[in-house]
Each structure stands twice: as C-alpha cells, then as structure tokens.
Ligand binder design. Structure first.
Ligand code: 2HG
Ligand code: ZN
Length: 462
C-alpha cells in the first residue's frame, strides 16, 4: 500500500473528495471489463484541470509511482487494470464539452466525456458522431482515443483515429502538448497526435480532444439475413455494397444469437434458421433505396446465398434487430468466456474461420465456440464458453493453448492479433504475432522519449 507521506502529498494536491482509498473505489477503479485480474491500486485521484494532471505526473516521476489512466473502464484487454499498487488517475471529473464550431464541424471534449453524451450533443446540433459501440453509455472519449476504439460503423466511418482533429496531452515527463489544434491540414512533420491514438496510456494522458463531426445520416434501414454458408457472406457483402451506402455489415452465428434470445427481451427475427446471420445497415439516401435493397435481397436469395431475412419497418424494429448483435457480449458474460478479437483481410475471413473451427472442434470437442463481429472489417470476435464441468483455472489453462492455435493461424494469415480491443495486459506477450522485432524495438524507444521514467501504465502493451 501507499506510504502515508505519499498519500499526504496526494491530499495536498487534490481536495479531500478527489482522493479515494476506500476498498470499494479501489476495487471499482482498479478493474475494467476484462474479468481476468485482481484489482489492487493504492489510490484513485480525480483531477479537474490540466495543471492537476501535470502535478500528479511530476509527483509520480519524483517519487517513482506508477500511474494508470482510467476512463469508462469498458476495455477487454486489461489496459486500465491496476493490480500492483499503482495510483489510478480517473477522468470522471473532466466532462466538459466546449468550443463547438458548426462551420469546421468540430467540438472539444475533455477526456471524461461519455461517448453517448458526445453523440447526443452532436445530434442536438444537427450533426453526428459516428464512432459507436455497445458500451457507448459508459466509455469515455479519452479512453476511446487511447485505444483507437472501433465498433459497429467502422465499415463506413473508420475508427476513432479518423475523428481526432486535435489533442491536448500531458506526456509521461509532465509536458503539456497541444497537438494539431483542430486543423484539417497541417503537414509539418511527424504527427504526434497519431502516436497518442491507440497508445493505451503508455506515453501520457489525453486530457482533451477536438473531434470532427459528420452530417447526420438520412433515415437508416436495417436488414438481418439468414446465411447457411460462411463463404456466401462475402458474396452478400460484395452485392449489397455495390448498390447501397452500407453503415454496418456485421455477422453472428445461430449459437451466439440463441444466448441473446434466451434473455427474452427480443424475438427471433423470422422463422428461417441458418448457421450464420448478417446484420447490415444502410442509409436511405434516395426515395427508392428500400426498393434497391429488396431487389438485391431477391437476387441473392435466387443465388441461394440467403434463406430468409427481414428489413426494418420502423425505428423500433431496427433497434430490436441491432439488439440481436449488440447484446451477444453481455448475454454470455455469465459463462466466463474466453475472448479473442482478431482481424484478417476481409476476403480471407471464411478460410480463417473454417481453419480455426476445424482445429477447435478436433482439439476441444466439448467447448461451445461462438463467432460474431464486424465481418465487413475482417474483424472477428471469437468467444468460447466455460463448460460447467470444468473448473475456471483448468478452463483458463486450456484457453492458453487455444491462444497458441489462434495466434499461429493469425500469423499465417498475416492478420492482426488485436483488431479493436487493444493489447493491454492480456495480449502483451503476443505482440510479435503482428509486429516485427524491429517495430517493437522502435515502439519501446518512442515510449522512452515520452515517458523516460516508465510511470505511465507500466506493463501494458509493451
Ligand atoms: C462487440 O463487438 C464488442 O460486441 C465485444 O467488441 C466483443 O465481447 C466480445 O468479444
Ligand atoms: Zn466489437
């Protein structure tokens, strides 16, 4: 635990209600949604200004204390976990939205702004913040940027990186950098802003960001399609993308959907059953967009690529269809699932799934393997449920072997060992599946420049 002298210094820096050391806060702020680790931070502090962030970083350098940046803690790779007496720096008290510029279509957010609050702010001003995912109600902008969050609309709008027009950061040395100043054009050498996007808190703290906003989309149509053959999903992707502006192209297996249906809050979308389902969303930009969508549907059905489907007839129905996909992760949490998040080139997805399925069903016939994810981005979420009969420790040991299979196949396919969930603690030892020895050495060297004393989120990513 933290020495009384150090704790007294934190109290001198922050008002009493902004330093927490009670067991509840330590347990809550020491953990993210990765249910793998035991939280054990020594304190949580809640800065309200950039100067306070600078002060805590300078103090950490002086006293050699490790700091863990903390946003909404919805990550799935342990990037925000504190388990070794670190001081957690939470952005819960930095939630201001300011400097809205309707002409430049940008807005400034402090790190602690909740994703959904930004989406609402944009909508109230006739615009749109398109980075979206199921944890929108808890995740924070600073964390989204630090992890380059992806989600369900990447196929149309890209990842968080695309939307960052400027950043204020405090480096691991305590310097304040204002990066890119919201500019659309700024060719003046290395773009340090982009080093911080996806840096997982290892270079410094993101304290605020100037984010771009998009025009509000027209009315959206959502389709769910039943698809017997995985290879045909790629044909559907090609066919629908040729005729429509797709905002999302997701997939999930029948096995995965059953866990959502078991909760009883949504119904099976239609009678036809298949091993896989596609959920696609498109923007109704023209009067005949729906007819075009239905014509593509008919043509694909004639080819035998799909056996049933539905097109949303109301906003409520569209939302319910989305539940089938978005609620999978939460529905299976009680089964303490093994999780992996990987990417391969989109055209190689069927071959990858087929190969991995063959290995898993041969080696682990008792494991329930669930597939879902952002298939239009080549991004697959592999979840394996813990069988009742297996103790958690034994299951986790078996899953380490599963990791070996998954990552060796990812390597063979030239894919990424983490598509959108980041590296954190969970995947740190597998970074070389996707990054070369030379790249990793350069990453370490960059970290040493920004954080020479190694106070920023030690043990994560590298
Ligand atoms: C999703 O797309 C999230 O639902 C979570 O990224 C994925 O739980 C998972 O494996
Ligand atoms: Zn995802």
């Amino acid at each position: 635990m933290i020495a009384p002298r150090l704790l007294a210094e934190l109290h001198a820096m922050f008002s009493a209600d902004r330093v927490a050391t009670d067991a509840d806060s330590l347990a809550r702020y020491g953990l993210d949604w990765t249910r793998y680790y035991q939280p054990a931070p020594s304190a949580v502090v809640f800065p309200q200004t950039v100067d306070e962030v600078v002060a805590v970083v300078q103090w950490a350098n002086r006293e050699q204390v490790a700091l863990v940046p903390s946003g909404g803690r919805t990550g799935l790779s342990g990037g925000a976990v504190a388990r070794q007496g670190e001081v957690v720096v939470s952005f819960d008290r930095m939630k201001a939205i300011s400097d809205f510029d309707p002409v430049a279509r940008t807005v400034r957010c402090q790190a602690g702004v909740i994703t959904e609050a930004l989406q609402q702010f944009a909508a109230e001003n006739g615009l749109y913040y398109p980075v979206d995912f199921a944890s929108r109600g808890s995740s924070q902008i600073g964390g989204n940027i630090a992890t380059n969050a992806g989600g369900i609309k990447v196929v149309r709008y890209g990842m968080t990186r695309e939307w960052v027009a400027g950043l204020t950061v405090v480096t691991g040395k305590g310097e304040v950098l204002r990066l890119n100043n919201g500019l659309a054009k700024n060719n003046t050498g290395y773009d340090l802003r982009h080093l911080f996007v996806g840096s997982e808190g290892t270079l410094g703290f993101i304290v605020d960001a100037t984010l771009k906003l998009a025009r509000q989309p027209a009315e959206l149509g959502v389709m769910v399609l039943a698809v017997p053959q995985l290879t045909d999903i790629m044909k559907l992707f090609h066919a629908f993308r040729e005729r429509l502006d797709l905002n999302a192209f997701e997939f999930f297996s029948e096995k995965a959907m059953r866990h959502v249906l078991a909760r009883g809050h949504v119904k099976r979308p239609f009678e036809g059953e298949a091993d896989y389902y596609v959920l696609l969303e498109f923007e109704k930009l023209a009067a005949d967009t729906e007819e075009v969508a239905l014509a593509v549907f008919e043509a694909c059905a004639e080819q035998g690529w799909l056996v049933d489907g539905v097109l949303s007839q109301s906003e409520q129905q569209a939302k319910d269809l989305w539940r089938l996909r978005e609620d999978i992760s939460e529905s299976i949490t009680p089964y303490k699932p093994y999780k992996n998040d990987i990417a391969v080139t989109v055209s190689r997805v069927p071959a990858f799934v087929e190969r991995l399925d063959a290995i898993l069903s041969r080696e682990y016939p008792d494991f329930e393997v669930l597939w879902y994810g952002h298939i239009g981005d080549g991004n697959l979420h592999i979840n394996i449920l813990k069988p009742d009969a297996l103790e958690l420790d034994d299951f986790r040991r078996a899953c380490e072997q599963v990791n070996e299979h998954v990552f060796s196949l990812v390597g063979e396919f030239g894919g990424s060992m983490s598509a959108e969930h980041g590296v954190g603690l969970l995947k740190r030892d597998y970074l070389d599946v996707t990054r070369s020895v030379e790249e990793i050495a350069l990453m370490r060297a960059i970290k040493a420049v920004f954080d020479p004393n190694g106070v920023m989120n030690p043990g994560k990513l590298l």
